[in-house]
Design a protein around this ligand. Structure first.
Ligand code: SF4
Ligand code: SF4
Length: 354
């Protein structure tokens, strides 16, 4: 598979990396199988996070005998020196390794958080010390949607990579300003959520013919990889077939035709920005509501009119319905896309209750 230089880290990474966010949904044996398959097929970059359930443990177990063949990236949201250091030690233990190739500040947002991150008692101070000691090789940040702090982080000269959410529904500020700025400063650009967390993917195959416009996983990856400023994309993977298909797309990579690109952009624009990317950051909910599951059914029902009855059936099987929400708002505080989750849940309940 084609490799590219990850900015100033000088790591040569495959243009598709393995996103580990979905690993909590598979068994350890299945995780072993798909991670090893990915490495066998030429993927040499695996990304995870302390916040992704048992993803780090599964990666550690699967790849402990192949450490030299893969770059491991992980991240933490902890933003004090001591907490970030403790998380790093935890990640090293779970990943069964002596060093992390890329340690990232997870979900960079607004100014106060950035100031803390870069201050004497923040994340960066801990990671620069860890880098001196060889525990961490490179330092990066991830960010889910545009904030001025993305540009500040790039201009600081202290980060080597930027992990951004970028896909057909791209944010103009990221497209027009952040990506070129990253290139200018030799920042390696890693793209997460090339399919908007699955929201752009086609619905399950077993539900028959649909009338909506289908955007395939290959379309999503091609769109992202065609961007000259992007180093690699890291779609989340949990099935053998996904690994095989993503690798095939990368190996036979050709940019989308302009016509197909316009079709995709139009289809994606119909979704707007207010849809759930199924990142699960808003969980847990004290009422036991599985927000991403309900919002996925809502998304299918709205995007594919022919799926309304199917989505209603699925919603009928959901154990805790959206009307159990007590409006505490905690999920909205945690949602990196700043969605009006409470309103969306109410909409889902009304639309999907038969
Ligand atoms: S607002 Fe509703 S869905 Fe969100 S965390 Fe509170 S109870 Fe759960
Ligand atoms: S509501 Fe927001 S935080 Fe929760 S899964 Fe969807 S996008 Fe992620």
């Amino acid at each position: 598979m084609q490799k590219k230089r990850l900015g100033k880290t000088d790591l040569m990474v495959s243009i598709i990396g393995f996103g580990g966010i979905k690993l909590p949904q598979v068994s350890p044996d299945d995780a072993d199988e798909i991670l090893n398959l990915a490495i066998d097929k030429g993927i040499n970059f695996v990304d995870t996070a302390k916040g992704y359930g048992d993803s780090e443990e599964k990666i550690g177990r699967a790849l402990s005998g192949r450490r030299g063949e893969v770059y491991i990236a992980t991240k933490t949201m902890s933003n004090t020196r001591d907490e970030a250091w403790a998380d790093l030690e935890d990640s090293l233990r779970k990943l069964q390794t002596d060093y992390i190739d890329l340690y990232q500040f997870h979900n960079l947002r607004m100014e106060p958080q950035y100031e803390q991150c870069m201050g004497a008692d923040g994340f960066m101070a801990a990671m620069e010390q860890a880098r001196e000691q060889g525990l961490v090789r490179h330092i990066g940040f991830s960010s889910h949607r545009y904030h001025e702090t993305m540009k500040q982080a790039i201009l600081s000269g202290r980060f080597e990579t930027a992990m951004l959410a970028y896909n057909i529904l791209n944010d103009e500020m990221v497209d027009d300003e952040v990506l070129p700025l990253a290139a200018e400063h030799d920042i390696g650009v890693i793209i997460m959520k090339p399919l908007a967390g699955g929201a752009l993917a086609q619905p399950p195959a077993d539900i028959g013919e649909q009338t909506g416009f289908v955007i395939t996983a290959a379309d999503g990856l091609r769109f992202v990889l065609a961007n000259e400023y992007v180093t690699l994309a890291i779609p989340g993977m949990q099935r053998r077939e996904e690994v095989i298909e993503n690798v095939r797309t990368a190996e036979t990579f050709d940019a989308l035709t302009e016509q197909r690109k316009q079709e995709l952009v139009q289809a994606a624009e119909a979704l707007g920005q207010d849809f759930c990317r199924m990142c699960w950051y808003c969980m847990p909910c004290e009422q036991g509501i599985k927000v991403p599951v309900i919002l996925r059914h809502l998304g299918y029902a709205k995007r594919f009119p022919g799926l309304l009855e199917w989505a209603r059936g699925r919603y009928g099987m959901v154990e805790v319905k959206a009307d159990e929400c007590d409006e505490c708002g905690q999920c909205e505080e945690k949602c990196p896309y700043e969605l009006s989750v409470r309103e969306m849940l109410a909409e889902a309940h009304e639309m999907l209750t038969t």
